[in-house]
Write a protein that binds this ligand. Structure first.
Ligand code: ZN
Length: 139
């Protein structure tokens, strides 16, 4: 695949470039009962550029927030002291924010799928970093 910008032939599919640019390192340490291992990921600059589009906030974060709200409001309602009203109002705002984020997430899903589909067909040039789609490059 030739880069339409610099005409280098050093272009790769974004998905490939991202995968190859990400290195997972497992470190082992200690011995016997005190041993541990940790995993760390490093991504090269090119790998980062070729990363897939972000899906925004995961749905489960919103669900966690909503569940947390219900739990906390039940807790406060159980207490029944006068200071609780301020807390409920604050939690209601949190709940509204979570509901709004969830709504935005659901709304942005088709757009994300489109971006993801485009990304899967996109190429990245290792020489100049240009990201392009073959169909638009065929001019
Ligand atoms: Zn290029």
């Amino acid at each position: 695949m030739e880069c339409p910008k610099c005409h280098s032939h050093n272009a790769h599919l974004c998905s490939m470039a991202h995968e190859q640019g990400t290195t997972t390192t497992v470190t082992y340490g200690g011995a016997g009962r005190g041993s541990f291992d940790s995993t760390s990921q490093t991504t090269t600059a090119l790998g980062k550029r070729a990363a897939p589009p972000k899906s925004g906030m995961p749905v489960r974060v919103a669900f966690t927030a909503i569940t947390g709200f219900l739990f906390l409001s039940a807790l406060i309602a159980g207490h029944g002291d006068s200071g609780a009203y301020g807390g409920v109002a604050f939690l209601f705002l949190l709940f509204a924010a979570a509901a709004y984020l969830l709504y935005r997430k659901v709304k942005s899903l088709p757009q994300y799928n489109l971006e993801r589909e485009r990304w899967e067909k996109s190429w990245i040039c290792a020489a100049c970093g240009n990201i392009f789609a073959p169909e638009t490059a065929a001019e």
